[in-house]
Ligand binder design. Sequence first.
Ligand code: 4NP
Length: 151
Amino acid sequence: MVCLGNICRSPLAEGIMRQRVLEAGLNWEIDSAGTAFYHAGEPPHILSQQVAQQNGIDISKLRCRQFIPEDMLEFDRIYVMDGDNYLNVTRISGPLWDGNKVKWMLHELFPDQNKPVPDPYFGTQGDFEKVFDLLNNACLRNIDKYLQAGE
Ligand code: 4NP
């Protein structure tokens, strides 16, 4: 799960995906990172923590890290939240870039629309709740898609 700061969207996506994967009885390794270094080592944004908590998910122990080229080798899927994230992952990955692994987070919900998960960094609690719902629906859909494909 990749966003810009790794404090608002992607840690929430990581927490939700971990929970939904557990509920689906799958054994996937889930992680998140930001393309920027601004917040490395920090916990998620307090409003991301709160909206997760309201939905029974604890992301308070997560810590920000920056995306590194080797993530492109380590993971089978890289989900990006928006177009800037996509371009930044391309730039950071350099020769390790593998476009087949990189998906827009909302692609399965809104096919071929390149629809971003809106950045709630300067937003309200309501904006974080909307982001939670989008990410939750996307996680469930992405798991279904994986199971249907029988990969
Ligand atoms: P995120 O949100 O990419 O969802 O974690 C942001 C976090 C930090 C900044 C921007 C967006 N920032 O400019 O520091």
